[in-house]
Design a protein around this ligand. Structure first.
Ligand code: SF4
Length: 450
């Protein structure tokens, strides 16, 4: 029977964030928060990016275990392949002194070994160095010297045109220097975590900023850390003159407008970069004059092809050439329009003209010209709307926030037709409510300054 490990890379990292998290993870996993779908999405994105990065070093042998309880098989296979002089190993696994870790890519070049850990982010973040420090410690202590260890991350300056160019898509950054300086720290942490896990008592650690940094802890419900950020209570304020002046500058027709976007880690379409926000949907409520009825139009991509070109064409028609385009947090819409102008230069002139017409309904709340304690100090639409327009609610909708909308759209093409039709309706209903919410909030503000 193979020796079982005491710590892995993920439990080591949990311990570095908070020894109590490590203890609860190992001894009381039942106290964890319910599984988060966003985390699942991050995990599956990481897997896709990891598989693609293997193309940087083709022809490797994958020694990933058949299940998380069979890592001893990966450790043994890794040793066999190293002994047999294989030069590329995917998911090579090592164990030293009860600590297990795997590395995405292990490569032999000119008789020296190089380790690469793939991350689906666009830069080297501090926890990645700590991660790599543990990997370096375990790999070298188990007898394999490393010439270098690198973090491979997505290059957000790479713009796809045609086939994906994997060499351009990724950047490999050596972290050897900081990793070497952390080796004593790693050893000390391992000793201390082993003691924590031997103890019969849960470490007595109070909630604090560390519950969210560098990652959201999954025991926040148990420890009560979710309450940390909900204590802020706002004030009451109404600055009529600022508000009046602000609204006076708007010009009819009013276009209440909102984009939804997806951010594919790996660029799916030409003229897009890793994690570029691709608008796939908008909702638009138009009011031609103070007394005219509200008109609604919408755009929703087909879920398969690049939505931006058809979106641009319809948007330019729908938004006309004059009148204020009302958004919530205008920098989001402005940036998306600028990006589309750059990526589709044929429409640059027309798109740039839209930007001058954009106004931001969030400003009176952000600048606290209008503030109520029940906004809880926030100027997010999700806080302001239920207070000012309680009859409009996202609660009954299948899609209740932008993150859900992105997740649904990202995989809509893989769903059966009946599900696709339902999800398209759900997306339309969600985005429709976003712009209707702005219309109603505008009416409330207008009434305040009458
Ligand atoms: S919620 Fe905070 S205190 Fe509790 S285990 Fe997590 S990081 Fe530690």
């Amino acid at each position: 029977m193979a020796a079982k490990h005491v710590l892995s890379k993920s439990t080591f990292m949990a311990g570095c964030q908070c020894p109590k998290r490590l203890y609860l993870h190992k001894k009381h996993p039942e106290l964890s928060n319910p599984e988060d779908e966003d985390l699942q999405a991050i995990f599956s994105r990481g897997t896709t990016v990891g598989l693609l990065a293997r193309e940087l070093f083709k022809g490797g042998i994958d020694v990933a275990p058949p299940d998380p309880f069979s890592y001893h098989i990966s450790v043994a296979k890794t040793q066999e392949l190293i002994a047999a002089n294989h030069s590329v190993i995917y998911e090579a696994a090592f164990m030293y002194d009860g600590v297990l870790c795997a590395i995405d890519l292990l490569v032999k070049k000119r008789n020296k070994w190089y380790a690469y850990e793939v991350k689906s982010s666009t830069k080297v973040k501090d926890p990645f160095v700590q991660d790599a420090a543990l990997q370096h410690y375990v790999i070298t202590r188990s007898g394999l010297p490393l010439a270098d260890i690198s973090v491979v991350h997505l290059n957000n300056q790479y713009k796809r045109v045609g086939e994906l160019e994997v060499e351009q898509l990724f950047n490999a950054v050596s972290v050897k220097e900081p990793v070497l300086s952390l080796q004593d720290f790693v050893e000390a942490q391992i000793d201390s975590f082993k003691k924590v896990l031997k103890s019969k008592n849960i470490p007595n650690i109070l909630i604090g900023d560390h519950c969210k940094k560098p990652y959201d802890c999954n025991f926040t419900n148990h420890c009560g850390a979710n309450m940390l950020h909900q204590r802020a209570i706002g004030n009451s304020n109404l600055n009529k003159s600022e508000l009046k002046q602000f609204l006076k500058e708007w010009q009819y027709p009013f276009y209440f407008f909102d984009f939804e976007t997806i951010m594919p880690a790996i660029p799916e379409f030409d003229h897009s970069r890793p994690y570029q926000q691709i608008p796939f949907q908008y909702s638009l409520h138009t009011q031609a004059s103070p007394r005219s009825a509200l008109n609604h139009t919408a755009f929703l991509g087909d879920g398969v092809s690049d939505p931006r070109l058809p979106l641009i064409k319809q948007m330019l028609k729908d938004l006309g050439t004059e009148g204020s385009i009302v958004t919530w947090n205008k920098s989001f819409e402005v940036t998306r329009i600028k990006e589309m102008a750059e990526d589709f230069p044929r429409y640059q002139k027309q798109l740039s003209k839209l930007i001058d017409r954009i106004v931001d309904l969030m400003v009176p709340f952000q600048k606290k010209w209008y503030e109520l304690p029940s906004f809880m100090g926030s100027y997010s639409l999700k806080y302001v709307l239920p207070v000012l327009v309680p009859e409009l609610s996202y609660d009954s909708l299948a899609i209740q926030n932008g993150g859900d909308a992105s997740s649904v759209y990202a995989i809509i093409k893989e769903q059966p037709i009946a599900v696709q039709m339902q999800q398209r309706n759900d997306l339309l209903a969600y985005c429709h409510l976003d712009t209707l919410a702005m219309v109603e909030i505008y009416k409330k503000l207008k009434a305040l300054v009458k």
